[in-house]
Design a binder for this molecule. Structure first.
Ligand code: KIV
Ligand code: NA
Length: 270
């Protein structure tokens, strides 16, 4: 099977296939990518790896080198999905030129199909600069975790009239600037619906209701790796319990000397 392309993803919105939403999950490692890839349209190497993999308190400390290392692993582990890599905090906001220098490294050193960056109207010029120079960009608006210090937390956005208008303006601005799609995170259903019908590029929701052209979740959230998750997460497995039970069994067998057993031992052939 040939790998999907960014134009194919973008066209899905016009092919009367909005009844078949786009499927996206995060992936950070090669093996995880191998397992998720056949079921997805897009794999996102999210900067959420900060909390999920590195135990960091927010996404702000993530570096370009971290994103490149994980991005390359996910590209190596997948052959079907479009792989997108998050631009980390501080690597793109200063100017379109800074964004191009960072994004071109991500593209060249990982082999991914495009980048995602946070911000609406304020990033429109940068999105235009990158897309005109061959770098597909997915925007990320609404709840933008890199702006946690400015937003004052991770609560849902678009509750007030002003915020609602601001986020709708962001959606229109990034679409006009040439983004091939956008993630809309943590917004009221009504706003997600208006955004999705107002722009001609795919809108991928997370905590943004079913009124979007697709959905994304952090894979570890969906797999039940964490006790506490946001309200919008649905768990499809309980890996935390599976892993704890496996570790408990292993530890018990090592301690009572039933592991390694006869099947796991090298001995001369008889
Ligand atoms: O970093 C991430 O995982 C993301 C998705 C949740 C959209 O940006
Ligand atoms: Na992210």
């Amino acid at each position: 099977m040939k790998r999907l392309t960014v134009p194919q993803i973008q066209r899905r919105k016009f092919e009367g296939k909005t009844d078949e939403p786009l499927v996206m999950l995060t992936a950070y490692t090669a093996r995880q990518a191998q397992l998720l890839d056949p079921h997805c349209d897009m794999l996102l190497v999210g900067d959420s790896l900060a909390q999920v993999i590195y135990g960091l308190p927010s996404t702000l400390p993530v570096t370009l080198d971290m994103m490149i290392a994980h991005g390359a692993a996910v590209v190596r582990g997948s052959y079907h999905s479009v792989v997108l890599v998050d631009m980390p905090f501080g690597s793109y906001e200063a100017s379109p030129q800074q964004a191009f220098a960072s994004a071109s490294r991500v593209m060249a050193e990982t082999g991914c199909a495009g980048v995602k960056l946070e911000g609406g109207e304020a990033m429109a010029e940068t999105i235009r600069f990158l897309t005109q120079r061959g770098i597909p960009v997915m925007a990320h608006i609404g709840l933008t975790p890199q702006a946690v210090n400015a937003l004052g937390g991770y609560g849902a956005r678009g509750k007030s009239q002003e915020e609602h208008a601001k986020i709708l303006g962001d959606a229109k601005a990034v679409a006009a600037a040439g983004a091939f799609g956008m993630v809309v995170e943590g917004v009221m259903e009504e706003l997600a619906d208006i955004i999705t019908t107002s722009v001609d590029i795919p809108v991928i929701g997370i905590g943004a209701s079913a009124r979007c052209d697709g959905q994304v979740l952090v894979a570890e959230d969906m797999l039940g790796m964490f006790e506490r998750t946001a309200r919008f997460v649905k768990r499809y497995a309980n890996l935390a319990e599976t892993i704890s039970q496996a570790a408990e069994s292993y530890a018990a067998e090592v301690r009572n000397r039933s592991f390694p057993g006869d099947d796991q031992v090298y001995r001369p052939k008889k």
